[in-house]
Design a protein around this ligand. Structure first.
Ligand code: ADP
Ligand code: ASP
Ligand code: MG
Length: 362
């Protein structure tokens, strides 16, 4: 078995979806499980519409725009729109609910964001079936992914892996699974943080102990820097779990920072590949690296907060740092960089809600 994850740009229109179906066809004998993101730009549109609705702007025009993006894709793929009508109606209801109540909590935002992956996964499954390639759509929760209640940035509960096994062990049709979205124990929709479909792919892969996790995106592989910023960045053939985790955590958007954890636990190789250039072998991420490489890459992270704490009490004292970090721990805030001097300590943090978003999310 393998997991194949396709990001937003790989699903941006009918042509791109036809292209990923061609890629899936080349892997049929490997028993692929497919994880998809929302269509490029749709998650941002959904979340912005929720924000504007809560501020009192009638959402109907924006909802129409989101629906049109999907209807255009259906047309290009020669699919009827009936199978999405319930979701379209639900979208109007939810946004009008936000508009009337002016309520835009993290819990609501996760319900809103879930439409992106629900619609894209249903389209891909329907298209495969129209080509007589049997496929079945799964939401993250149908696939067994169970999370805590940390809406907009949830993490999985340990029983997830057993549940995935019982939900997906021996599928007779290709599972097309929503990335990014899941449910908590109360049955409420949660999301795994922006860019979280990569993490879904790795969770599913670890749950089923697959042979390889393929992350299909819009670059040839992992490079020495973001190629959108550094034009001549070099591609790596191989890189280690540790190196890519550092890169991702510090802003290399090519993988969600948590992606590597489940794969690494089960020693499952992860390969980053380009849907626009399928002949490129991509970058293989594994445990070991033979070569010595003092600097692997340069990452960029936006929207960070720097806190400088100064106190003369630090001088010759002990336990000061422990007390500071206990406060971050209590509020579940992850600290990136730390510098200290005799009387001050500076730390950098992600955006306050822990929902850090790097340049250009889907
Ligand atoms: P997807 O929609 O497929 O999840 P993303 O936009 O989330 O794709 O991630 C792919 C993008 O990651 C690339 O287009 C590239 O601009 C960016 N990126 C940032 N750092 C790197 C890096 N070191 N190597 C490759 N790509 C990178
Ligand atoms: N659609 C979600 C986002 O834009 C998840 C993903 O693309 O991985 O953040
Ligand atoms: Mg991504």
């Amino acid at each position: 078995m393998i997991v194949m994850k396709f990001g937003g740009t790989s699903l941006a229109n009918g042509e791109r979806i036809k292209n990923i179906v061609e890629i899936i066809k080349t892997r049929i004998e490997k028993k692929p499980l497919v994880v998809v993101s929302a269509v490029s730009g749709v998650t941002d549109l959904l979340l912005n519409t929720a924000k504007e609705s809560a501020e009192g702007k009638n959402p109907n025009k924006k909802v129409e725009e989101i629906i049109k993006i999907h209807k255009d894709i259906l047309k290009e793929l020669d699919l009827k729109e009936e199978f999405l009508l319930n979701d379209f109606v639900k979208m109007y209801d939810i946004f009008n609910g936000i508009y009337l109540l002016k309520e835009n909590s993290p819990r609501t935002l996760d319900i809103v964001a879930s439409f992106g992956e629900i619609l894209s996964s249903k389209i891909v499954a329907e298209y495969l079936n129209s080509l007589k390639i049997p496929a079945k759509q799964y939401c993250g929760w149908d696939a067994g992914i169970l999370t805590d209640d940390n809406f907009t940035n949830a993490d999985i509960l340990s029983e997830t892996y057993e549940k995935i096994k019982s939900c997906l062990a021996d599928p007779d049709k290709i599972p097309i699974i929503t990335g990014f979205i899941a449910k908590n124990k109360n049955g409420e929709i949660t999301t795994l943080g922006r860019g979280g479909s990569d993490y879904t792919a790795s969770i599913i892969g670890a749950g089923l102990n697959v042979n390889e996790i393929e992350i299909w995106t819009d670059v040839d592989g992992i490079k020495t820097a973001d190629p959108r910023i550094v034009e001549h960045a070099k591609q790596w053939d191989k890189i280690t779990f540790g190196e890519i985790s550092e890169m991702a955590y510090f802003g290399a958007k090519v993988l969600h920072p948590k992606t590597i954890r489940p794969a690494m636990k089960k020693q499952i190789p992860v390969r980053v590949l380009n849907t626009y250039n399928i002949n490129n072998k991509g970058t293989l991420i594994t445990k070991e690296s033979q070569e010595y490489c003092p600097v692997r890459a340069i990452s960029l992270k936006n929207n960070i907060v720097i806190i400088k704490i100064s106190s003369i009490k630090m001088l010759y004292a002990y336990g000061f740092l422990a007390k500071i970090f206990e406060i971050f721990n209590r509020y579940r805030i992850s600290v990136d960089l730390v510098t200290t001097s005799e009387i001050s300590v500076s730390v950098t943090l992600d955006e306050p809600n822990g929902n850090s978003k790097n340049v250009d999310s889907a």
